[in-house]
Design a protein around this ligand. Structure first.
Ligand code: SIN
Ligand code: FE2
Length: 236
């Protein structure tokens, strides 16, 4: 497997997907690549997620100010993981908050999705894994804990359908909603990268992939800006 620091050929085919009509000015650039993963690829990725969770258990994050628990449970894979708790706030770190161990490696299939969906030649550094049980949701928020704000955010859906909502660069105003199904890949690129978004609800029982009601979402992000040569493998 290629290390997570290696560049890839930017001329490889990119799955462009279809742009979500921007609900407000400043919300362009969100693309949905429907069924980018076929059934076999979804099953293989679900299995890879199980192996990650066995090593890096799901935990329930809490909101920085209030300590209120999230309705999703989380873990990560890759060099960095996004974590949240009352004491430390929102942040990236290289180790699991409960076990203290480094996050497991990103599965090669996840890196493949990033490169194919973004057309970028640099890899993501973090893969946040959200587990939505029936009733779980994600309030409207922006992904703003990354210095690499120009790098796209890629999200892969597995399991039950979800209703995803895209807003604009400031809180409030018109939103667009789109159903994310198992195997779909959503890319927030361009201005939409800095826009509010969330998950209203999931639809239990709409997928048999996971053998139980619920949804897995993998969110891939670049955290630190990629500098040419800075973290490239030293091959002479
Ligand atoms: C998120 O934006 O944090 C999650 C998106 C999703 O679950 O689809
Ligand atoms: Fe997000």
């Amino acid at each position: 497997m290629a290390p997570a620091t290696e560049r890839r050929d930017p001329t490889r085919r990119q799955d462009g997907g279809v742009e979500i009509p921007p609900p407000q000015p400043g919300a362009a650039g969100a693309r949905l690549c429907e069924a980018m993963l076929d059934g076999a690829a979804q099953a293989a990725l679900a299995e890879a997620v199980r192996a990650i969770v066995a090593d890096a258990p799901l935990y329930r994050p809490t909101m920085p100010k209030t300590g209120k628990p999230f309705s999703v449970r989380m873990t990560n894979c890759g060099p960095l993981g996004w974590v949240a708790d009352k004491a430390g706030g929102y942040r990236y770190q290289a180790t699991h908050p409960a076990t203290g161990r480094p996050w497991p490696a990103m599965p090669p299939a996840v890196l493949d999705v990033w490169f194919a969906a973004t057309g970028r030649d640099y890899p993501p550094e973090a893969c946040l894994i959200n587990w939505y049980e029936p009733g779980a949701k994600m309030g409207m928020h922006r992904d703003e804990d990354e210095a690499a704000q120009d790098a796209p955010v890629v999200s892969i859906s597995l399991g039950d359908d979800a209703r995803f909502r895209l807003g604009g660069p400031t809180r409030g105003g018109k939103t667009a909603s789109v159903i994310l199904r198992s195997g779909d890949v959503l890319v927030l690129d361009g201005p939409s990268r800095r826009c509010f978004h969330g998950v209203d609800r999931i639809y239990p029982g709409t997928s048999t992939l996971l053998g139980a009601a619920g949804r897995i979402n993998l969110t891939l992000r670049r955290v630190t800006p990629f500098e040419t040569g800075a973290d490239a493998p030293s091959s002479g």
